[in-house]
Design a protein around this ligand. Structure first.
Ligand code: SAM
Ligand code: DTB
Ligand code: SF4
Length: 339
């Protein structure tokens, strides 16, 4: 059956069949059917597949730092850093290297294994890349993995980042191709796909996911997951963000998503990309411990760790350590003893 399937072949959603292959040919109807499975079946399938590839009680933790905040020329409707909206963020320039290294040291001391640096750029200049490469080299020297998210890149820039020792590049598709133009007008879906291809071609690990809860439909969540899972290689890391509603952005009062639909999205990501790290990303400050536990059951095995995302709040490290202790979860390279 082609990607354009028009009837759902239920046998392809059978647990045994799902477990047997890593697929890159998902169709819209079958992913909608997957997302619509009875909740317990969906979670059972996701958890079973999760256990085939990962230790179910281990979660990878990354800390984030905004190295250049605000006044971005893009108009992403969810983003507090867009210059198109009044969100109270001022214009800041690229942080000094010493500040970045100090933040990375602190993140490492809290137990983070990866340090992710984000910049509010449409695309960096070559001079920006030189400075970010210095940051990457120094963070690597601390013994941490590195990730950066800087916007659209040229071929030369991806190769320069790779040469500096960068491990992951984060570049999200954010939603389905169909819903994209409702959210962003200053770049196209194809622009994102082009940068992702360059990142892959340079030999970097890909971190690519999206945001749910932006008023999209189930079809758009399915569409996003299909784009990710039908790539020739699955992204190594798949961040699933719950929209953080920020005053001043066009999405500040969008209707809340049913939390169980968020969990379903995580479960489907796990099933469709069995070997990828699925990250329970932005939005955890608004989630109950029980909802986060369901997300881990559904196959999420990575989080952003530390009191800030880029510009908004995240649970403080101690809160997460306590939650992990209650759930018997170990952070990669760090064991939170059960009481
Ligand atoms: N400017 C670069 C870009 O857009 O690729 C890098 C930084 S940008 C802030 C990184 C990602 O943060 C976005 O792609 C989006 O997925 C996520 N993000 C931004 N604002 C968010 C919000 N309010 N809620 C959830 N995720 C958000
Ligand atoms: C990702 O998928 N989520 C992170 C990271 N990649 C760069 C960013 C979330 C940002 C949430 C809004 C803010 O803090 O500004
Ligand atoms: Fe700029 Fe990135 Fe925010 Fe879009 S998501 S406005 S590109 S910082």
């Amino acid at each position: 059956m082609s990607v354009q399937d028009w009837v759902v072949d239920q046998s392809r959603l059978d647990l045994k069949v799902l477990s047997e292959s890593i697929r890159h040919d998902w169709g819209l109807l079958e992913v909608k059917a997957l997302l619509n499975q009875p909740f317990s079946d969906l979670l059972f399938h996701a958890q079973t597949i999760h256990r085939e590839h990962f230790d179910p009680n281990e979660v990878q933790v990354s800390s984030l730092l905004s190295i250049k905040t605000g006044s971005c020329s893009e108009d992403c409707a969810y983003c507090p850093q867009s210059a198109h909206y009044q969100t109270g963020l001022g214009q800041e320039s690229l942080l000094p290297i010493a500040d970045v290294i100090e933040a990375a040291r602190r993140a490492k001391a809290e137990g983070a294994g990866r340090f992710c640096m984000g910049a509010a750029w449409r695309s960096p200049s070559d001079r920006d890349i030189d400075r970010v490469c210095e940051m990457i080299e120094e963070v690597k020297a601390l013994g941490m993995e590195t990730c950066v998210t800087l916007g659209m890149l040229t071929d030369q820039q991806t190769h320069q980042l790779k040469a500096s020792g960068l491990d992951y590049y984060n570049h999200n598709l954010d939603t389905s191709e169909a819903y994209y133009s409702e959210i962003i007008s200053t770049r196209t879906y194809q622009d994102r796909l082009d940068t992702l291809e360059r990142v892959r071609e340079a030999g970097l690990n890909v971190c690519c996911g999206g945001i749910v809860g932006m008023g999209e439909g189930l079809e758009d969540r399915a569409g996003l997951l299909i784009q990710l899972a039908n790539m020739p290689r699955h992204p190594e890391s798949v961040p699933i963000n719950l929209l953080v509603k920020v005053e001043g952005t066009p999405l500040s009062d969008v209707d809340a998503l049913d939390p169980l639909d968020f969990v379903r999205t995580i479960a489907a990501a796990r099933i469709m990309m069995p070997k990828s790290r699925v990250r329970l990303s932005a939005g955890r400050s608004e989630m109950s411990d029980e909802m986060q536990a369901l997300c881990f059951m559904a196959g999420a095995n990575s989080i952003f760790y530390g009191e800030r995302l880029l510009t908004t709040e995240n649970p403080v490290a101690e809160t997460d350590r306590l939650l992990f202790r209650r759930l018997g979860i170990r952070m990669s390279g760090f064991y939170a003893e059960a009481d």
